[in-house]
Design a protein around this ligand. Structure first.
Ligand code: GTP
Ligand code: MG
Length: 336
């Protein structure tokens, strides 16, 4: 492990820049897909406003954070009076949408986050609608703002998400991590490079402040002023992909530390009281949510899936170090 944690990057790493950039480019959604998403949102707004004229619809998740690859589903939040009964609204909403031009409308009232699922045959886009999940709208803005600072974040996150989907480790119901968790891992990683590639927006003077569910969300959001923040660091995308997997394979202290985008640093599990299993939360890999700081995005990971995840990080790190053709092998589908 010591040998590996000090291992030097392969000499020909920059040979991989062009193929990684080609993968990144191929994952960017085309403009017409963005237009179709807007078209679906407009249709939904029309249908919803008949029943709830005061309510508003927001896009959140990867389609709004700029971390969405092509052909992703869209996430929509219906924001309305806080006192409503969510299950009732979900059922009513499903009812309204069912009777119009949409397909496969399903109300999932018993999920952790109750949602309505649907598919729009006109655009072919699938969509999840949740109620009053305003914190998700705010953390989507934080992610989007980080993405504007340095293009290497979006490049790295696309490659990591593509790897995670290919390898079957982007499935929260199977105990692996959400896309949101992987993006936070990428942001944290780039905050930690020396020189840093990303700043810590929540530690800077706040220019954006909102209070949501009693949580004050405050950060610097004039990111156009930070467009050359990372320019002193000249690391290339291939070097960063190598270093990202190397870090999670050999260098991260899973036993004692929590990654925290909020502070731009590592925290100790002890100070968060995340040292043991509480209920179903095992804290085997700890990723602090930037606003809901009692929330560990790694809580879904159990003693079986932590092994799967770490083996996948090690596999990726070895491929990046030794394989003749990493851009193919890295993304080989995992077949159980
Ligand atoms: P893809 O759909 O895989 O492209 O990415 P996504 O960013 O839309 O993924 P995901 O479904 O993981 O998350 C959707 C949004 O939900 C995130 O951007 C967050 O704003 C919000 N969110 C907040 N807390 C959580 C959480 O604990 N788990 C997940 N999955 N999402 C959360
Ligand atoms: Mg999504």
């Amino acid at each position: 492990r010591n040998f590996k944690s000090s291992m030097e990057c392969r000499w020909d790493i920059d040979r991989l820049n062009a193929p990684f950039l080609a993968i990144y480019e191929s994952l960017i959604p085309p403009e017409e897909e963005k237009a179709k998403q807007k078209q679906l949102l407009t249709l939904l707004e029309k249908l919803v406003s008949k029943e709830w004229p005061e309510a508003r619809l927001y896009l959140y998740g990867s389609c709004a954070s700029s971390f969405g690859v092509c052909k992703s589903d869209i996430d929509v939040c219906l924001a309305m009076d806080a006192d409503i009964d969510k299950s009732k609204v979900i059922l009513k909403l499903a009812d309204i949408l069912e009777s119009d031009k949409l397909q496969d409308v399903q109300a999932l009232t018993r999920a952790r986050v109750p949602i309505v699922k649907l598919m729009d045959p006109a655009t072919g886009i699938s969509c999840d609608i949740c109620i009053n999940n305003v914190l998700a709208v705010v953390n989507t803005k934080l992610l989007r703002d980080y993405a504007q600072i340095d293009v290497r974040l979006r490049q790295l996150a696309f490659i990591v998400k593509h790897w995670a989907k290919s390898r079957g480790v982007n499935e929260t119901y199977q105990g692996t991590l959400s896309s949101y968790a992987y993006v936070l891992m990428c942001i944290h990683f780039l905050q930690q490079r020396r020189p840093a590639i990303l700043p810590c927006l929540q530690e800077m003077e706040a220019t954006y402040v909102v209070t949501v569910d009693n949580i004050e969300c405050a950060f610097f959001d004039e990111v156009e002023k930070l467009s050359d923040f990372g320019s002193r660091n000249r690391e290339t995308i291939a070097q960063l992909v190598w270093a990202f997997f190397h870090y999670w394979a050999y260098c991260h202290d899973y036993t004692n530390t929590v990654i925290s985008v909020r502070t731009g640093s590592l925290l100790s599990k002890r100070t968060k009281d995340w040292t043991r299993r509480i209920g179903n939360d095992r804290h085997l890999i700890c990723i602090e949510d930037p606003f809901d700081i009692s929330h560990d995005l790694g809580r879904v990971v159990d003693k079986f899936s932590i092994k799967v995840l770490r083996e996948e990080f090690e596999r990726a790190a070895e491929i990046m170090q030794y394989n003749a053709n990493p851009c193919v092998t890295l993304f080989e589908p995992y077949i159980a």
